[in-house]
Design a protein around this ligand. Structure first.
Ligand code: ADP
Ligand code: MG
Ligand code: MG
Length: 936
């Protein structure tokens, strides 16, 4: 595997070695860093520093910067100069605050070593807790705390975590259990206890020995005793965890840069496992599923952090309101005073960061420590509700609320939900961890899920619990069902982040990986066995697990959504249009807020059953007269299409692109079909074959298409222009407002446009004369060739508007065929030769620069030139970076989603009016134009 971080770090400076300040201290009410330093300190680090400044109780520690990480890779895994000295100095500082000494046999300081990149990658990287323990220091800890049980509990945790993270002792494969988990289970069984908290010091001490033996069995060497060695190797492992396959996959999925590197936080330990007045937990300051106000989270008494997240014991709710029947007491009930401190901290942090926070905390003997805070991941509906509520609570203004909307998550609001009508065959019920309706075949491992996806199957991953190793398989699923782990378990958090359906903590199912089945016991005692490959439906909004395929329906949009949309409408300066080829799509898109059509493709219309024969006749005809005769049959049908679209878009502009694809595409290629056409048209089969052959091109993308068709066969565009204008006049006569915009594709030179313009203007005048009335219309062009961008000043002399066709422009700028790129682009992405697929995210540096030239030159000729971007990047983000980020995206995305769902076209385009704005955006967007575009 290439060391991408190393490569990039090497770009940054000649040696790639970090110099100067490598560690930043925090704790004791002060800090050397703050929240603005995410890039350098990582998100977790920056949060710890900021909290420390705020006076929120944070165990003291220091952050090794992301520069140390990138330097580590650039220098063939060597640390920069001054690394050890700076750590020792910062460690001294921590020792003084805590009043304990690292490695000291009587009063040992214990550390946690925590990863943390500039963006949160939950569970993707590693952390080691209780570092500094060995056979000597554990005794010191036992004596000082007066609690040998606690000391040995910490020790066995350390051995397990260190061995896993640093030494690489793992479960054998996907379907087997964690070796340390197994030893723990066995120990509990032999002691006749159910919970790990019931194991006494003696049992835990034995476990330490057994863990170490397991390490020796797997590796031939033991777990190191020297604390300093433990520390340095743990730091190395944290840096290495930046490049584990799962972390790389996660970054690829989220579009994060491999060059960032992770920071590493070295922090003094606080202990949630020191008795029943201790606890550890995670909470959100609002419900991440619905956005409802109120603390939302889980905790475990007498435990350490990882326990809650890993689903080792099922945690209890923090707030009593969230308590379900059978749950143990809430924190509010059992540790009331600490609960109030936590509430306080939550309010403070939320007020300070002005957004919902995801908080990790530990309670040691009644004292609350905050270990992490970050902006919480949430579902689409929660995103909308929280932003709207924060405005009411005067924490943010309307503009901020709009800017916080992630367009891709908005589309979650539009995901289908299960129909409430039909009776549900519920076989089990778990926690409604991440909303959505998922239907698929049951698989039991990440690998199976991946394999099934490659075969185009829809699957639901069923696991006892998920762990970061499962990440690649989780991507491949429709939904995730786990038997263990609460609302904050790995499965739940990851699923919510991705907008994927998840039901967790479904304890009434018993999974048998070996047999490839699970048994669900219903309340009535009935047991249903579900085998690998059986189809189930899971409802992430209710927690229902159902047998078979349940029907889905369209969701109802939450009221907060309309509110945000209204704010967005006020704030935006761009208009948004949709792509639509039929009156039905146009009507749906309008209902979703589209303010016109940015692209109507006429070729789809040519394929209609009622006209394809005439189209083929036109193509097969050897003479202009023959072509005109055939086109005369197409004309009324096409006029009818346009009338329908104009009616649906009453009062809004409609851009219609004249015929673009090569004629070859309209002819049949299979012998049987060719024969059919020959018979229908009364020509010989040979004629059809010959024409198909003669139209074949080596490179159709660069061939006889677009405006080039009109240069050779002017009658095609003439008939289309006639159909458009006659339709416009007819619909105007109905009392509607029609704003037609005729768009000429694939123009390379001003002379081409001039020629076609002549044809269209002549037709228009003829039509107006025949019908005795006129209609306003405009003629523009698609800008999709580099030549057109650099000569846009000349093109603008002829064109009323530009629409940048970013698909073709990307193809022609890169000299890269989108249809063939799939065979080799993945290697480019894997090797980081290209950071992004340019067909998914617009290439700012190249294609974006051409767009910029095109806009500037075009506007130099025609200052009021209307400009838009229109690209079909099939479901990805279209114009990342080129467009201003803002409220418009909302409307845009909706327009697209609406049209997408209606027409199945993943499409986008956006106005470039303020495209100079720097902020990158990940939205997919449909056509937009500056305010006032059109003649209305
Ligand atoms: P992750 O990024 O996987 O959440 P963290 O570094 O946040 O990893 O550590 C996970 C958990 O380990 C924390 O939520 C916390 O419960 C526990 N932990 C981390 N550092 C400390 C510490 N200094 N003292 C006590 N517990 C800690
Ligand atoms: Mg954490
Ligand atoms: Mg094109």
């Amino acid at each position: 595997m290439t060391r991408t971080a190393a490569n990039h770090a090497a770009d940054k400076e000649p040696t790639g070695a970090a110099t100067g300040k490598l560690t930043y201290r925090f704790g004791d009410g002060s800090a050397e860093g703050d929240a603005s330093m995410r890039d350098l300190l990582g998100g977790k680090g920056a949060g710890l520093h900021e909290m420390s400044r705020l006076g929120v109780p944070v165990p003291p520690g220091f952050t090794l910067t992301t520069d140390v990480c990138t330097s580590f890779y650039a220098q063939e895994r060597r640390y920069p100069d001054g690394f050890e000295e700076q750590i020792r100095e910062s460690l001294n500082w921590v020792e003084q605050i805590v009043g304990a000494t690292f490695g000291d046999a009587t009063n040992p300081l214990l550390l946690s070593v925590r990863s943390g990149a500039q963006v949160s990658m939950p569970g993707m990287m590693d952390t080691v807790l209780n570092l500094g323990l060995n056979d000597a220091t554990v005794e010191g800890l036992a004596t000082r705390s007066g609690d040998p049980r606690f000391a040995y509990d910490s020790y066995r945790r350390f051995v397990a975590m260190y061995s896993d993270v640093v030494l690489g002792v793992k479960r054998d494969d996907d379907l087997s259990a964690d070796p340390f988990e197994e030893l723990l289970e066995a120990k509990k069984e032999s002691r006749g206890v159910e919970l790990d908290t019931e194991l006494d010091a003696g049992a835990l001490k034995e476990l330490v020995g057994e863990y170490k033996a397991e390490v020796r069995r797997q590796l031939g060497t033991g777990c190191p005793d020297d604390p300093w060695h433990q520390l340095v190797t743990a730091i190395g492992a944290v840096f290495e965890s930046w490049e584990t396959p799962r972390a790389i996959i996660y970054r690829n999925m989220n579009g994060y840069d491999h060059a960032w590197g992770t920071a590493c936080n070295v922090q003094s330990m606080v202990f949630g496992n020191l008795g029943d007045d201790c606890a550890t937990g995670v909470c959100f300051t609002r419900d991440p599923k619905t956005g409802a106000r109120g603390i939302f989270g889980e905790y475990l008494i007498n435990a350490q952090g990882e326990d809650v997240v890993a689903g080792v014991r099922t945690p209890s709710p923090i707030a009593t309101a969230a308590r379900l029947e059978g749950d143990p007491p809430s924190m509010e009930e059992s540790q009331g005073e600490t609960y109030r401190k936590l509430l306080d901290a939550c309010t403070r942090l939320e007020q300070h960061f002005t957004d919902m926070q995801d908080i990790e905390f530990t309670v040691q003997q009644g004292k609350l420590w905050i270990l992490q805070t970050r902006t919480g991941k949430r579902t689409g509906p929660a995103m909308v509700k929280i932003a709207s509520d924060l405005v009411d609570e005067k924490m943010i203004d309307e503009r901020a609320a709009i800017l916080r909307q992630d367009p891709e998550q908005i589309s979650e609001l539009l995901h289908p939900v299960f129909d409430d009508g039909p009776a549900r065959n519920v076989i089990a019920k778990g926690l409604a961890a991440s909303p959505g309706a998922a239907v698929g075949r049951v698989v039991f491992s990440a690998d199976e899920a991946t394999a099934a996806m490659e075969q185009g199957q829809k699957v639901i991953l069923v696991r006892i619990e998920t762990s970061p190793e499962d990440i690649s398989g989780m991507v491949a699923t429709q939904g995730i069902l786990t038997a263990r782990g609460g609302m904050t378990s790995h499965a739940a958090v990851v699923a919510r982040g991705w907008g994927k359906c998840c039901v967790s903590d479904c304890s009434s199912i018993a999974i048998d990986y070996a047999k490839g089945e699970f048994k669900a016991s219903a309340a009535d005692g009935n047991v249903v066995t579900v085998k690998r490959g059986d189809t189930i439906s899971i409802d992430g909004s209710t927690g229902d697990v159902m047998l078979g395929v349940m029907p889905t329906v369209e969701p109802v949009l939450p009221p907060e959504f309309e509110r945000l949309m209204a704010w967005a409408d006020e704030a935006r300066t761009l208009k948004v249009r949709t792509n639509a080829d039929t009156p039905e799509d146009a009507a749906k898109a309008r209902a979703f807020g589209a303010e016109g059509i940015g692209l109507t493709r006429t070729e789809h219309m040519f394929f209609g059953e009622d006209r394809i024969l005439a189209v083929r006749q036109m193509i097969l005809s050897g003479s202009e007269a023959g072509r005109r005769e055939a086109l005369a049959k197409v004309l009324p049908i096409q006029r009818g299409d346009f009338e329908g679209i104009f009616r649906a878009m009453d009062g809004f502009p409609v851009t219609i692109r004249l015929l673009d694809p090569p004629l070859h595409e309209f002819l049949p290629h299979k012998p049987a079909e060719q024969k059919e056409v020959a018979t229908a048209l009364g020509v010989s089969l040979e004629d059809v074959e010959r024409r198909v052959e003669s139209l074949a091109e080596f490179n159709p993308m660069l061939g006889h298409r677009g405006v080039r068709l009109a240069i050779t066969y002017p009658e095609i565009y003439e008939v289309q222009a006639r159909a458009i204008l006659e339709a416009a006049l007819n619909v105007t006569a109905e009392g509607r407002t029609v704003i037609p915009e005729i768009m000429v594709p694939l123009v390379a030179t001003p002379s081409e446009l001039e020629a076609v313009l002549g044809q269209i203007l002549a037709v228009a005048e003829a039509v107006f004369a025949e019908m005795g009335t006129r209609v306003d219309y405009t003629i523009g062009t698609m800008i999709e060739l580099p030549r057109t961008c650099v000569t846009a000043d000349r093109i603008a002399e002829q064109a009323d508007f530009f629409s940048f066709g970013t698909n073709d422009l990307t193809q022609t700028t890169f000299g890269l065929s989108r249809d063939d790129a799939g065979r080799f682009l993945p290697s480019y992405l894997d090797q980081n030769v290209l950071e992004k697929d340019p067909f998914v995210e617009l290439d700012r540096e190249g294609v974006g620069a051409l767009v910029k030239i095109g806009v500037e030159k075009g506007r130099a000729t025609r200052p009021d030139l209307k400009v838009g971007i229109c690209g079909e990047h099939g479901g990805g983000s279209v114009v990342g970076g080129v467009l201003p980020r803002g409220g418009l995206q909302l409307r845009v995305v909706l327009a697209v989603s609406g049209a997408d769902r209606a027409a199945g076209c993943g499409t986008g385009s956006v106005a470039v009016d303020r495209w100079l704005s720097r902020a990158p955006t990940r939205s997919r967007i449909s056509f937009a134009t500056p305010r006032g575009w059109g003649r209305a």
